[in-house]
Design a protein around this ligand. Structure first.
Ligand SMILES: NC(=O)c1ccc[n+]([C@@H]2O[C@H](COP(=O)([O-])OP(=O)(O)OC[C@H]3O[C@@H](n4cnc5c(N)ncnc54)[C@H](O)[C@@H]3O)[C@@H](O)[C@H]2O)c1
Length: 323
Protein backbone atom coordinates (compact mmCIF):
# COMPACT_ATOMS: atom_id res chain seq x y z
CA UNK A 1 0.00 0.00 0.00
CA UNK A 2 1.28 3.46 -0.93
CA UNK A 3 1.01 6.24 1.63
CA UNK A 4 1.92 9.89 1.11
CA UNK A 5 2.62 11.84 4.30
CA UNK A 6 2.37 15.63 4.02
CA UNK A 7 4.49 17.08 6.83
CA UNK A 8 6.19 13.70 7.23
CA UNK A 9 9.50 15.33 8.19
CA UNK A 10 7.95 17.03 11.24
CA UNK A 11 7.87 15.91 14.87
CA UNK A 12 4.97 13.44 14.51
CA UNK A 13 5.82 12.50 10.91
CA UNK A 14 9.45 11.58 11.67
CA UNK A 15 8.32 9.10 14.30
CA UNK A 16 5.44 7.78 12.20
CA UNK A 17 7.37 7.13 8.96
CA UNK A 18 9.69 4.40 10.37
CA UNK A 19 6.69 2.68 11.99
CA UNK A 20 4.78 2.55 8.71
CA UNK A 21 7.88 1.31 6.84
CA UNK A 22 8.28 -1.40 9.46
CA UNK A 23 4.72 -2.55 8.70
CA UNK A 24 5.57 -2.89 5.02
CA UNK A 25 3.97 0.27 3.64
CA UNK A 26 5.51 2.23 0.80
CA UNK A 27 5.90 5.76 2.14
CA UNK A 28 6.59 9.05 0.35
CA UNK A 29 7.01 12.32 2.26
CA UNK A 30 5.84 15.70 1.01
CA UNK A 31 7.46 18.40 3.12
CA UNK A 32 9.15 21.80 2.92
CA UNK A 33 11.74 20.55 5.46
CA UNK A 34 11.50 23.62 7.71
CA UNK A 35 13.10 21.63 10.51
CA UNK A 36 15.46 19.51 8.42
CA UNK A 37 15.18 15.90 7.37
CA UNK A 38 15.61 13.17 9.97
CA UNK A 39 14.08 10.39 7.90
CA UNK A 40 15.33 6.97 6.79
CA UNK A 41 17.44 7.45 3.64
CA UNK A 42 15.21 5.09 1.67
CA UNK A 43 12.15 7.36 1.92
CA UNK A 44 11.45 9.49 -1.18
CA UNK A 45 10.90 13.14 -0.26
CA UNK A 46 9.02 15.65 -2.40
CA UNK A 47 10.44 18.93 -1.13
CA UNK A 48 7.62 21.18 -2.22
CA UNK A 49 4.65 23.10 -0.92
CA UNK A 50 1.39 21.18 -0.48
CA UNK A 51 -0.33 23.84 -2.57
CA UNK A 52 1.91 22.98 -5.53
CA UNK A 53 1.01 19.30 -5.62
CA UNK A 54 -0.91 18.13 -8.69
CA UNK A 55 -3.52 15.42 -9.08
CA UNK A 56 -1.20 13.35 -11.33
CA UNK A 57 1.39 13.17 -8.52
CA UNK A 58 -1.16 11.46 -6.28
CA UNK A 59 -2.31 8.80 -8.77
CA UNK A 60 -1.58 5.33 -7.41
CA UNK A 61 -1.42 6.57 -3.80
CA UNK A 62 -3.80 4.65 -1.51
CA UNK A 63 -3.82 6.90 1.54
CA UNK A 64 -2.73 10.46 2.36
CA UNK A 65 -1.84 11.56 5.88
CA UNK A 66 -1.73 15.28 6.67
CA UNK A 67 0.63 16.11 9.56
CA UNK A 68 1.76 19.47 8.17
CA UNK A 69 0.81 23.08 8.79
CA UNK A 70 1.63 25.55 11.56
CA UNK A 71 1.55 23.35 14.59
CA UNK A 72 1.17 25.59 17.62
CA UNK A 73 -0.31 28.81 18.98
CA UNK A 74 2.87 30.94 18.88
CA UNK A 75 3.31 30.27 15.13
CA UNK A 76 -0.36 30.94 14.45
CA UNK A 77 -0.33 34.14 16.51
CA UNK A 78 2.87 35.33 14.81
CA UNK A 79 1.35 34.96 11.36
CA UNK A 80 -2.43 34.50 11.47
CA UNK A 81 -2.70 34.82 7.68
CA UNK A 82 -0.13 32.06 7.01
CA UNK A 83 -1.83 30.03 9.74
CA UNK A 84 -5.17 30.06 7.97
CA UNK A 85 -3.57 29.15 4.64
CA UNK A 86 -1.45 26.35 6.15
CA UNK A 87 -4.04 24.83 8.48
CA UNK A 88 -7.27 25.36 6.59
CA UNK A 89 -6.53 25.83 2.85
CA UNK A 90 -3.66 23.30 2.63
CA UNK A 91 -5.56 20.27 4.00
CA UNK A 92 -8.67 21.25 2.04
CA UNK A 93 -6.71 21.46 -1.22
CA UNK A 94 -4.75 18.26 -0.56
CA UNK A 95 -7.90 16.26 0.24
CA UNK A 96 -9.56 17.67 -2.87
CA UNK A 97 -6.77 16.59 -5.23
CA UNK A 98 -6.36 13.30 -3.39
CA UNK A 99 -10.02 12.41 -3.87
CA UNK A 100 -9.86 13.33 -7.57
CA UNK A 101 -6.73 11.17 -7.95
CA UNK A 102 -8.53 8.12 -6.54
CA UNK A 103 -6.90 8.07 -3.09
CA UNK A 104 -9.22 6.09 -0.81
CA UNK A 105 -8.41 7.49 2.63
CA UNK A 106 -7.32 10.88 4.00
CA UNK A 107 -6.14 11.14 7.60
CA UNK A 108 -6.04 14.64 9.04
CA UNK A 109 -4.03 15.79 12.06
CA UNK A 110 -6.61 17.71 14.02
CA UNK A 111 -6.16 18.90 17.57
CA UNK A 112 -8.01 19.01 20.88
CA UNK A 113 -7.19 22.75 20.69
CA UNK A 114 -10.49 23.09 18.81
CA UNK A 115 -12.30 22.79 22.19
CA UNK A 116 -10.94 26.12 23.45
CA UNK A 117 -11.63 27.01 27.09
CA UNK A 118 -14.02 24.61 28.82
CA UNK A 119 -15.01 24.17 32.45
CA UNK A 120 -14.81 20.84 34.22
CA UNK A 121 -16.50 18.69 31.60
CA UNK A 122 -15.23 15.67 29.68
CA UNK A 123 -15.59 16.58 26.01
CA UNK A 124 -16.46 14.00 23.38
CA UNK A 125 -16.45 14.67 19.64
CA UNK A 126 -20.08 15.89 19.70
CA UNK A 127 -19.39 18.59 22.29
CA UNK A 128 -19.20 22.18 21.04
CA UNK A 129 -15.82 23.04 19.48
CA UNK A 130 -15.41 26.76 20.03
CA UNK A 131 -12.07 28.50 20.25
CA UNK A 132 -11.17 32.16 20.04
CA UNK A 133 -7.59 31.93 18.77
CA UNK A 134 -6.24 31.44 15.24
CA UNK A 135 -4.70 28.01 15.74
CA UNK A 136 -7.88 26.42 17.16
CA UNK A 137 -10.14 28.11 14.60
CA UNK A 138 -7.95 27.04 11.66
CA UNK A 139 -7.62 23.42 12.85
CA UNK A 140 -11.41 23.21 12.98
CA UNK A 141 -11.70 24.79 9.53
CA UNK A 142 -9.25 22.26 8.07
CA UNK A 143 -11.11 19.44 9.76
CA UNK A 144 -14.54 20.56 8.49
CA UNK A 145 -13.22 21.02 4.96
CA UNK A 146 -11.70 17.56 4.68
CA UNK A 147 -14.62 15.80 6.39
CA UNK A 148 -17.19 17.20 4.02
CA UNK A 149 -15.40 15.33 1.20
CA UNK A 150 -15.91 11.92 2.81
CA UNK A 151 -17.93 9.38 0.87
CA UNK A 152 -18.24 5.67 0.11
CA UNK A 153 -15.01 5.73 -1.93
CA UNK A 154 -13.14 8.30 0.20
CA UNK A 155 -12.74 7.68 3.92
CA UNK A 156 -11.75 10.75 5.96
CA UNK A 157 -10.46 10.41 9.51
CA UNK A 158 -9.66 13.40 11.72
CA UNK A 159 -7.55 12.61 14.78
CA UNK A 160 -8.00 15.33 17.41
CA UNK A 161 -4.71 14.81 19.20
CA UNK A 162 -3.84 15.92 22.70
CA UNK A 163 -0.48 17.62 23.23
CA UNK A 164 2.17 15.18 22.10
CA UNK A 165 5.20 14.39 24.27
CA UNK A 166 8.23 12.16 23.92
CA UNK A 167 11.11 11.59 21.57
CA UNK A 168 11.08 11.90 17.79
CA UNK A 169 14.07 12.00 15.42
CA UNK A 170 12.86 15.56 14.60
CA UNK A 171 12.68 16.80 18.17
CA UNK A 172 10.47 19.51 19.69
CA UNK A 173 11.14 21.04 23.11
CA UNK A 174 8.24 23.53 22.95
CA UNK A 175 5.50 21.09 24.02
CA UNK A 176 4.50 20.96 27.66
CA UNK A 177 5.95 17.63 28.85
CA UNK A 178 9.12 18.00 26.77
CA UNK A 179 9.58 21.59 27.97
CA UNK A 180 9.19 20.61 31.62
CA UNK A 181 11.70 17.79 31.11
CA UNK A 182 14.20 20.16 29.53
CA UNK A 183 13.96 22.87 32.20
CA UNK A 184 14.12 20.25 34.96
CA UNK A 185 17.47 19.12 33.58
CA UNK A 186 18.92 22.42 32.37
CA UNK A 187 17.59 24.89 34.97
CA UNK A 188 16.68 22.57 37.83
CA UNK A 189 13.17 24.07 37.73
CA UNK A 190 9.79 22.97 36.39
CA UNK A 191 7.65 26.04 35.66
CA UNK A 192 3.89 25.62 35.79
CA UNK A 193 1.92 28.45 34.20
CA UNK A 194 -1.30 27.45 35.94
CA UNK A 195 -1.64 24.20 37.92
CA UNK A 196 -5.42 23.91 37.48
CA UNK A 197 -5.49 23.93 33.65
CA UNK A 198 -6.40 20.60 32.01
CA UNK A 199 -4.57 19.17 28.99
CA UNK A 200 -4.97 15.81 27.28
CA UNK A 201 -1.44 14.44 26.79
CA UNK A 202 -0.53 12.02 24.01
CA UNK A 203 2.69 10.02 24.23
CA UNK A 204 4.49 9.84 20.87
CA UNK A 205 4.22 6.06 20.84
CA UNK A 206 0.45 6.33 21.33
CA UNK A 207 0.24 9.02 18.62
CA UNK A 208 2.00 6.71 16.18
CA UNK A 209 -0.33 3.88 17.21
CA UNK A 210 -3.39 6.09 16.60
CA UNK A 211 -2.26 6.86 13.02
CA UNK A 212 -1.49 3.19 12.47
CA UNK A 213 -4.99 2.19 13.67
CA UNK A 214 -6.47 4.84 11.35
CA UNK A 215 -4.48 3.57 8.35
CA UNK A 216 -5.55 0.00 9.04
CA UNK A 217 -9.24 0.40 10.01
CA UNK A 218 -12.06 -0.80 7.73
CA UNK A 219 -12.65 1.14 4.55
CA UNK A 220 -16.11 2.35 5.58
CA UNK A 221 -14.89 4.27 8.63
CA UNK A 222 -14.83 8.07 8.57
CA UNK A 223 -15.17 10.63 11.33
CA UNK A 224 -13.61 12.60 14.14
CA UNK A 225 -11.73 10.88 16.96
CA UNK A 226 -10.20 12.35 20.12
CA UNK A 227 -6.87 10.69 20.84
CA UNK A 228 -4.94 11.06 24.09
CA UNK A 229 -2.94 8.92 26.50
CA UNK A 230 -4.65 10.64 29.43
CA UNK A 231 -6.11 13.88 30.81
CA UNK A 232 -3.94 15.72 33.32
CA UNK A 233 -3.77 19.12 34.98
CA UNK A 234 -0.57 21.08 34.39
CA UNK A 235 0.18 20.78 38.11
CA UNK A 236 -0.12 17.01 37.87
CA UNK A 237 2.07 16.85 34.74
CA UNK A 238 4.78 18.75 36.64
CA UNK A 239 4.57 16.25 39.52
CA UNK A 240 4.94 13.29 37.14
CA UNK A 241 7.86 14.90 35.29
CA UNK A 242 9.54 15.56 38.65
CA UNK A 243 8.92 11.96 39.74
CA UNK A 244 10.37 10.73 36.44
CA UNK A 245 13.59 12.76 36.49
CA UNK A 246 14.09 11.88 40.17
CA UNK A 247 13.68 8.18 39.48
CA UNK A 248 15.60 7.91 36.20
CA UNK A 249 18.23 10.67 36.52
CA UNK A 250 18.51 11.36 40.26
CA UNK A 251 17.67 15.04 39.61
CA UNK A 252 15.44 16.88 42.09
CA UNK A 253 14.03 19.97 40.34
CA UNK A 254 12.12 22.72 42.12
CA UNK A 255 8.54 23.49 41.16
CA UNK A 256 7.67 27.07 40.29
CA UNK A 257 3.89 27.39 40.41
CA UNK A 258 2.37 30.45 38.70
CA UNK A 259 -1.27 31.37 38.26
CA UNK A 260 -1.38 32.82 34.75
CA UNK A 261 -4.56 32.83 32.70
CA UNK A 262 -4.80 30.40 29.77
CA UNK A 263 -6.93 30.37 26.62
CA UNK A 264 -7.04 26.55 26.53
CA UNK A 265 -8.49 24.22 29.13
CA UNK A 266 -10.08 20.89 28.21
CA UNK A 267 -10.23 17.20 28.94
CA UNK A 268 -11.49 14.72 26.39
CA UNK A 269 -13.15 11.34 26.10
CA UNK A 270 -11.33 8.88 23.83
CA UNK A 271 -14.12 6.32 23.99
CA UNK A 272 -15.00 6.64 20.28
CA UNK A 273 -11.41 6.00 19.15
CA UNK A 274 -11.22 3.00 21.49
CA UNK A 275 -14.51 1.59 20.26
CA UNK A 276 -14.14 2.30 16.52
CA UNK A 277 -10.39 2.28 15.82
CA UNK A 278 -9.33 -0.06 18.64
CA UNK A 279 -6.99 2.69 19.82
CA UNK A 280 -5.60 1.72 23.23
CA UNK A 281 -3.13 4.16 24.75
CA UNK A 282 -0.35 2.47 26.67
CA UNK A 283 1.74 5.33 28.06
CA UNK A 284 1.66 7.68 31.05
CA UNK A 285 3.54 10.95 31.57
CA UNK A 286 6.20 9.00 33.48
CA UNK A 287 6.60 6.72 30.43
CA UNK A 288 7.10 9.84 28.28
CA UNK A 289 9.83 11.00 30.67
CA UNK A 290 11.48 7.58 30.45
CA UNK A 291 11.37 7.81 26.64
CA UNK A 292 13.02 11.26 26.81
CA UNK A 293 15.65 10.01 29.24
CA UNK A 294 16.45 7.04 26.99
CA UNK A 295 16.98 9.31 23.95
CA UNK A 296 18.40 12.41 25.63
CA UNK A 297 21.81 12.10 23.96
CA UNK A 298 20.06 12.67 20.61
CA UNK A 299 18.83 16.16 21.60
CA UNK A 300 21.43 17.26 24.13
CA UNK A 301 21.99 20.48 22.15
CA UNK A 302 18.97 21.88 24.00
CA UNK A 303 19.26 25.36 22.47
CA UNK A 304 19.06 24.14 18.87
CA UNK A 305 16.51 26.50 17.23
CA UNK A 306 15.07 23.56 15.30
CA UNK A 307 13.59 22.25 18.58
CA UNK A 308 11.47 25.40 19.00
CA UNK A 309 8.96 25.90 16.19
CA UNK A 310 8.44 29.61 16.65
CA UNK A 311 12.18 30.35 16.60
CA UNK A 312 12.69 28.43 13.36
CA UNK A 313 9.54 29.88 11.83
CA UNK A 314 10.57 33.48 12.55
CA UNK A 315 13.99 32.69 11.05
CA UNK A 316 12.36 31.33 7.87
CA UNK A 317 10.15 34.40 7.67
CA UNK A 318 13.15 36.75 8.05
CA UNK A 319 15.01 34.81 5.34
CA UNK A 320 12.06 35.15 2.96
CA UNK A 321 11.83 38.90 3.63
CA UNK A 322 15.58 39.26 3.01
CA UNK A 323 15.20 37.56 -0.40
N1 LIG B 1 2.64 18.21 18.20
C1 LIG B 1 1.49 18.25 18.87
O1 LIG B 1 1.45 18.24 20.12
C2 LIG B 1 0.19 18.29 18.13
C3 LIG B 1 -1.01 18.17 18.85
C4 LIG B 1 -2.21 18.22 18.13
C5 LIG B 1 -2.22 18.38 16.76
N2 LIG B 1 -1.03 18.51 16.10
C6 LIG B 1 -1.05 18.66 14.64
O2 LIG B 1 -0.29 17.59 14.10
C7 LIG B 1 0.43 18.00 12.96
C8 LIG B 1 1.89 17.66 13.12
O3 LIG B 1 2.43 18.31 14.27
P1 LIG B 1 4.01 18.32 14.47
O4 LIG B 1 4.27 18.64 15.91
O5 LIG B 1 4.60 17.09 13.89
O6 LIG B 1 4.40 19.56 13.55
P2 LIG B 1 5.85 20.05 13.03
O7 LIG B 1 5.80 21.53 13.09
O8 LIG B 1 6.93 19.33 13.73
O9 LIG B 1 5.87 19.56 11.50
C9 LIG B 1 5.14 20.15 10.48
C10 LIG B 1 5.84 19.78 9.18
O10 LIG B 1 5.04 20.25 8.09
C11 LIG B 1 5.88 20.83 7.11
N3 LIG B 1 5.07 21.80 6.39
C12 LIG B 1 4.37 22.85 6.91
N4 LIG B 1 3.70 23.48 5.95
C13 LIG B 1 3.94 22.84 4.77
C14 LIG B 1 3.51 23.01 3.43
N5 LIG B 1 2.68 24.02 3.10
N6 LIG B 1 3.95 22.16 2.50
C15 LIG B 1 4.79 21.13 2.82
N7 LIG B 1 5.24 20.92 4.09
C16 LIG B 1 4.81 21.75 5.06
C17 LIG B 1 7.04 21.44 7.89
O11 LIG B 1 8.21 21.56 7.09
C18 LIG B 1 7.22 20.41 9.03
O12 LIG B 1 8.17 19.43 8.68
C19 LIG B 1 0.12 19.49 12.77
O13 LIG B 1 -0.93 19.61 11.83
C20 LIG B 1 -0.38 19.92 14.15
O14 LIG B 1 -1.29 21.00 14.05
C21 LIG B 1 0.17 18.46 16.75
Amino acid sequence: MKILIAGGAGYVGSALVPKLLDRGYEVTVLDLLWFGKQLPASVPVLEQDILSIREEELRGVDQVIFVAGLSNDPMADYSPAKNFVSNAACPAYLAYVAKRAGVRRFIYASSCSVYGYTENELYDEDAPAVSAYPYGISKLQGESAVLQMRGPEFSVIALRKGTVGGYSPRMRLDLVVNTMFKTAIVDGVIRVNNPSIWRPILAMQDAVAAYTRAVECSDGISGIFNVASGNYTLGEIADFVRDGVREFLGIDPKLQINHLSDIRNYKVSIERAQRTLSFKPRSTVVDIVKDLVDHRAAFADFDNPAYYNITTFKGLDDAMVAV
